[in-house]
Design a protein. Structure first.
Length: 144
């Protein structure tokens, strides 16, 4: 028997596969083509989005300060990426798990992947970048 999802009439099989207007997928999700997540481009100090997964940051001013509010869902992922670092920039989450309070980025390509635990952001991964001409590789963003 068909049912409605929004303005569309779909079969039971089709409705099991729909994530229209949000939804959950239980079981494995296989993606056979590229997967692209939403991005935001940041060029000034201020708040990073908690609803857009990837923040691409260009530091326009010296020691540019970015903040990150608490997440909304356990397991939520936030990816931080230094597009340009003519100046350094730092991300200070409202809540963190562990002893760290901020991550400072000083090199192009530095990145961090954070996950929301329900009580704070945890650093899942950190990566280094290279300089503008790609001849050296830095370690990682400084977590303090």
């Amino acid at each position: 028997m068909a049912k409605r999802i929004g303005k569309y009439k779909v079969s039971k099989k089709e409705s099991a596969l729909s994530a229209l207007d949000g939804g959950s997928i239980t079981g494995n999700l296989f993606v056979n083509a590229g997967l692209a997540l939403g991005t935001e481009s940041i060029g000034a100090a201020g708040a990073l989005s908690t609803t857009i997964p990837i923040s691409l940051v260009t530091a326009a001013g010296a020691d540019q300060a970015q903040t990150l509010a608490d997440g909304s869902t356990v397991g939520q992922i936030k990816i931080l990426y230094a597009v340009s670092t003519a100046n350094s920039w730092k991300c200070t989450p409202a809540s963190t798990d562990g002893e760290w309070a901020k991550i400072t980025f000083t090199t192009i390509g530095e990145n961090a992947i954070l996950v929301w635990s329900g009580s704070g952001w945890s650093v899942l991964s950190r990566g280094g970048g290279g300089n503008a001409n790609g001849t050296t590789t830095a370690l990682t963003g400084i977590v303090a």
